[in-house]
Design a protein around this ligand. Structure first.
Ligand code: AMP
Length: 277
């Protein structure tokens, strides 16, 4: 496994190994969710690359950039075991050198949900992912359904900017009690960790209602809010029953719906979603 820091080295290795390439972008502190993306990429490409970069431009001024968990030696061991060929773990100045001033802004689909709660977040995400696509020139790039709006934003950007690659979306990997795996789960105390499956319980309650014929968007939002309200450690930022393509809140959810939420538990801000049908 090649482990490199500079764009020049990535390009040199990329050119020297001809065949199809899959790319898995990450912020590190890897878990089974990340590794499921790597395994999918391993099965579908001749070569697999991963990036490990805690991207400062996608964090707001009062967010957890400095505290974000990191363990590069462990990440590199896991990626090597998973059969990754190339890892890019750049220092911040390699990605954003002094004088950097070009950003990618995706418009409508970045306005609601995470975009409303975290101003500037998707400008940072779209910019780093566009740079990763330019540097690696992968045939396929792998993203988790866990970050549902991120998938919508990146697909939109790839279409609009003519990136010649396939975006592959992989299912959310969960703990046995339903909690979606996330590097940020490391912030939870044991008591908070015990409360955290409430997100998946709320989503599951709305899914059960939808499958039983409840297709009123407002009712689905109420069902999720009701389950979350019963957990005293959970502070709800939003609950949503939105159109899976436009991300606009739905009245009539009969044709399909993206159920999603952001909830603070302790100092962790947790997000989760289910896509129906
Ligand atoms: P992150 O390191 O949190 O930026 O995540 C890197 C990639 O892994 C993103 O495409 C995420 O959507 C994906 N990912 C994170 N958690 C999960 C999970 N529990 N299941 C599947 N994919 C995930």
């Amino acid at each position: 496994m090649h482990i490199v820091q500079t764009v020049t080295e990535v390009r040199r290795i990329r050119r020297s190994l001809s065949g199809t390439w899959g790319l898995v972008p990450t912020m590190g502190y890897l878990h089974e969710g990340h590794l499921s993306l790597v395994r999918r990429a391993r099965g579908e490409n001749d070569f697999v690359a991963a990036s490990i970069f805690v991207n400062p431009t996608q964090f707001g001024p009062n967010e957890d950039l400095a505290a974000y968990p990191r363990d590069l030696p462990r990440d590199l061991r896991l990626l090597a075991e998973a059969g990754v060929d190339l890892v890019w773990a750049p220092p911040t100045e390699e990605v954003y050198p002094p004088g950097f001033q070009t950003y990618v802004m995706v418009e409508e689909v970045t306005k609601p949900l995470e975009g409303a709660a975290r101003p500037g977040h998707f400008r940072g995400v779209a910019t780093i992912v566009a740079k990763l696509f330019n540097v690696f020139q992968p045939d396929r790039a792998y993203f988790g359904q866990k970050d549902a709006q991120q998938v919508v934003v990146i697909k939109q950007m790839a279409r609009d900017l003519d990136f010649p690659l396939e975006i592959v979306v992989c299912p959310t990997v969960r703990e046995p009690d339903g909690l979606a795996m996330s590097s940020r789960n490391a912030y939870l105390t044991p008591e908070q960790r015990a409360a955290a499956p409430v997100l998946y319980r709320a989503l599951s309650a709305a899914r059960a209602a939808w499958l039983a014929g409840e297709h009123d968007g407002e009712r689905l939002r109420q069902i999720m809010a009701g389950v979350l309200a019963a957990e005293s450690l959970a502070r709800v930022e939003y609950v949503s029953a939105a159109d899976p393509t436009t991300l606009a809140e739905l009245g009539d959810a009969s044709h399909g719906v993206l159920l999603s939420m952001a909830v603070r538990i302790g100092r962790a801000r947790l997000i989760d979603n289910l896509l129906l049908p």
